[in-house]
Design a protein. Structure first.
Length: 273
């Protein structure tokens, strides 16, 4: 059983709650949508799932319905008691806290070594930093399925040369393979958002796309940020003082190329040299 639009409206009314604009709360109010997300996440018996931003528990119930072991994190202290009342009979553990501040690696390690899956409906303002934090700091999470604003999702999954491609695309590609696997209409949310949403699946690579023995993620990140700081500039200018001019030829990168033309491997070669 999951929550319908009427169920969500009743829960909000009964507890005197209203969706928080500052927290970007838009609750999924369609059983078919949450079951579709659960199916795409590959949750099932024997799997461990971390849900972030569980809200009132609509997606949480769909995940638990698969037989997965679910740990649900919710930041809003007003929602947490309601969430617990909705999902506790389904065997879900609820954790109150901000996923950008909690020690998620320790939280997961205390329950299972993994691998874990992350499933989340993320507000646009925290989606990118949260996904990157998981990739950088929580290696036990091997699979991610996130629902985000369309522009954010397309940026996460973009390849070199595509319009949405940017620094975030490269940083995610260092850790994972990402793809947009579906769209979610605004009509399934309460309240209805003014933006389109997509589902992005990320699969962590067995090893980073660039050998950490050759160049650290921090060094790669610095080069990528500098390269995209002035998108229209040629790399020899935007990377002046960051990359030795002689490195371009040795890395097989044209100095007059622009950042959006380089994939993560090319950035890695430049950063290493």
């Amino acid at each position: 059983m999951t929550l319908s639009g009427a169920d969500i409206a009743q829960l909000l009314s009964a507890h005197g709650l209203h969706p928080s604009r500052s927290l970007g709360q838009n609750f999924v109010a369609d059983p078919n949508t949450v079951r579709r997300i659960a199916r795409l996440s590959a949750a099932g018996p024997g799997t461990w799932v971390l849900e972030i931003g569980a809200g009132l528990g609509s997606l949480t119930l769909a995940l638990a319905e698969t037989g997965a072991t679910v740990v649900a994190v919710e930041k809003d202290r007003h929602l947490v008691p309601v969430l617990r009342s909705v999902v506790e009979d389904a065997g879900v553990e609820t954790v109150e806290g901000d996923a950008l501040e909690l020690d998620l690696a320790a939280l997961l390690a205390e329950r299972s070594p993994g691998p874990w899956s992350l499933v989340a409906n993320l507000p646009y303002n925290v989606a990118t930093p949260l996904v990157l934090r998981i990739l950088v700091e929580v290696p036990a999470v091997a699979h991610l399925l996130v629902m985000v604003q369309r522009e954010v999702g397309e940026r996460m999954a973009a390849a070199a040369g595509e319009d949405p491609y940017g620094a975030v695309s490269v940083r995610i590609a260092y850790f994972a393979r990402a793809e947009v696997v579906g769209r979610v209409p605004a009509s399934v949310f309460i309240p209805r958002p003014r933006v389109e949403s997509v589902l992005v699946r990320l699969e962590r690579r067995p090893e980073p796309a660039v050998d950490p023995a050759l160049v650290s993620y921090e060094r790669l990140n610095a080069v990528v940020r500098a390269g995209f700081a002035h998108r229209r500039k040629m790399l020899r200018r935007s990377l002046a003082g960051v990359v030795d001019p002689a490195a371009f030829e040795r890395a097989g990168v044209r100095p007059d190329a622009r950042a959006e033309e380089l994939d993560v491997a090319a950035f890695g070669r430049l950063a290493a040299l």
